[in-house]
Design a protein around this ligand. Sequence first.
Ligand code: NAP
Length: 290
Amino acid sequence: MISSKTSFIALIGNPVSHSLSPIMQNAALQYLGLDLIYIAIPCKDEDLELVLNSLKKINCKGLNITIPHKEKVFKLCSKISPIASKLKAINTLKLNSEKEWSATNTDVEGFIYPLRTLNFKKKESIVLGSGGAARSVIQGLINLNFSTISVISRNKLSLDELIKNFGSQIEIQGLLNNDDNRAQDLIEEADLIINTTPVGMKTTKNEENLLPFGENFWRSLNSKSIIYDLIYNPSPTALLKFSAKKGCMTIDGLQMLVAQGLKSLSFWTDGLEVPFHIMNDALKDYLKNK
Ligand code: NAP
């Protein structure tokens, strides 16, 4: 029950109305029996500083930060975890004992979660796309001990930046998606291929039947590869349906979403744990009835 003592956690971004975080986080908070609720607050760029400073003064215990503020919040935090500094992106804030924001990033742990029991030593991976999520994915692949990472993107600028950033830590190469011969060789041999582009997402334009870089790009795919699509709506995506037909193991983005949410909740509550299925079931029920 919400009472005059209830505190809150909020998602700050723009837009936030599509977010599934309130569904899964409120299910988890209810499970834990905490007098806390989770809400989404849309916030424009120019209001970010005012909103974050104001939230420090009221009964707000923590925040999730999403697009477009993941980089801009750095200057508003007093303590930043090594992983958030490395990724240059923050997704979780907590009010510390000095009433200042402590920050971290839980996306890498979220990405790794569905892969955590597999052995990827000497294995080859491909990342499609070179935006914000690709950074967390690459860090996750490094943590999982992959031997090589190939990033395929349409954007040379962000591709070069990524390779420069991670080049000292792992054997990583970048190629543009129109470098077809090289791409086909890589796809044929890949153990894991991760889609971090938004292609295949449910949109108002009915574009969810598309495959990243078009169907022809996938002609060398075979059952050796695991296909991991960061998109969780629709589930499965067109890419995952196509890959399953080729005999591949497939993973959708829902587990990553839930796992990063579990880690955020643990950060806000100083280590409380919620079973994975509590948040996962809440999301599945919600998406089924939508
Ligand atoms: P982002 O920073 O905008 O990066 C998207 C990347 O995809 C960029 O390299 C972009 O290239 C490329 N791209 C966009 N449209 C494309 C197209 N039509 N064909 C080929 N490449 C295209 O976005 P993000 O934050 O990384 O998020 C990417 C996706 O991951 C979204 O669908 C998001 O919902 C999902 N995601 C899921 C989770 C989860 O928990 N499951 C977490 C994070 C993100 P340009 O730079 O040229 O546009």
